[in-house]
Design a binder for this molecule. Structure first.
Ligand code: ADP
Ligand code: MG
Length: 269
């Protein structure tokens, strides 16, 4: 940490919500890409055994030699785990299905909740000069997600604009509180982002009103619209900013990136 302009190392943000299909991976990929478009160096750490963030960033299954599994359970060189993407400034540590067994293997380790934290905060990380590390979590509150919450400075929660969205959130917030009380007292809420938002849909607006009423400033002003370009981009192995930079989805993630970079994370949970 000899560079005085980055005295605190990268800001580590976990993208978490135990519900599947709410936009975690889409947010991890596209928020990260949008940050690089505003000059940041970003590392995406894929800790979902499904490996969707890795696929969406163009790391084919055959190219995943060194993965987050190795990062957590083997003593590996960071350099060999961190791969480039087609987007300048955007890097990824990919995941494979091996990780699904890691959840069980982790239990036998005394440091089971701290493995990701120790891996990401090792001094060898400094030379990569990342501004942000974005962790894409699995759809569960398992030990992998706990590792992410222990490693992170903050947690960013995608909230799908649909019924029962807020109910799932309280469970996540309880886990955040547990982690804060046990392993990472500094964990903050980065913010909550409404995803797959459709302003013409009453339900979307109702979820938004409820979220803003209950969670106030934690909810970003930026809403991510439902936009087919966001769902198409992964099959071209690039973020939406490369696939269709003028799409509503691309523009929304740039706005979100600016908001995240402007705001300080908050304690409330
Ligand atoms: P998660 O990682 O939480 O399981 P994903 O990001 O994989 O969720 O999103 C689930 C599905 O919804 C994917 O097929 C994705 O392409 C699609 N999707 C996510 N966000 C949007 C959006 N804003 N507009 C349209 N489709 C979206
Ligand atoms: Mg996902």
């Amino acid at each position: 940490m000899s560079d005085p302009s980055r005295p605190h190392g990268p800001r580590i943000i976990a993208i978490a919500n135990q519900k599947g299909g709410v936009g975690k991976t889409t947010t991890a990929i596209n928020l990260s890409a949008a940050m690089t478009a505003i000059g940041q160096r970003v590392l995406v750490v894929d800790i979902d055994p499904q490996g969707n963030a890795s696929t969406g960033l163009g790391v084919g299954k055959e190219d995943r030699q060194t993965t987050t599994y190795d990062l957590l359970l083997e003593d590996i060189d960071l350099q060999s785990a961190i791969g480039e993407t087609k987007t300048p400034g955007l890097y990824v540590i990919p995941a494979t299905t091996d990780l699904s067994s890691a959840d069980i293997e982790l239990y036998s380790s005394e440091k089971r909740s701290f493995l990701l934290r120790d891996a990401l905060r090792q001094p060898a990380m400094d030379k990569f000069e990342f501004d942000f590390i974005i962790i894409d979590c699995p759809p569960s509150l398992n030990l992998l997600t706990v590792n992410a919450l222990v490693a992170a400075d903050s947690v960013l929660v995608p909230l799908q604009s649909e019924f029962f969205a807020l109910e799932g959130l309280s469970q996540l917030m309880l886990t955040v509180r547990d982690v804060r009380e046990s392993a990472n007292s500094a964990l903050r809420i980065e913010g909550i982002v409404l995803t797959m938002y459709d302003a013409r849909n009453n339900l979307s607006r109702q979820v938004e009103d409820d979220a803003r009423e209950n969670l106030g400033d934690l909810v970003y002003k930026t809403r991510i619209p439902r936009n087919v370009r966001l769902s198409e981009a992964p099959s071209y192995s690039v973020p939406v900013l490369s696939y269709d930079p003028t799409s509503s989805g691309a523009r929304a993630y740039v706005e979100l990136a600016k908001e995240v970079m402007r705001n300080a994370p908050q304690l409330a949970a």
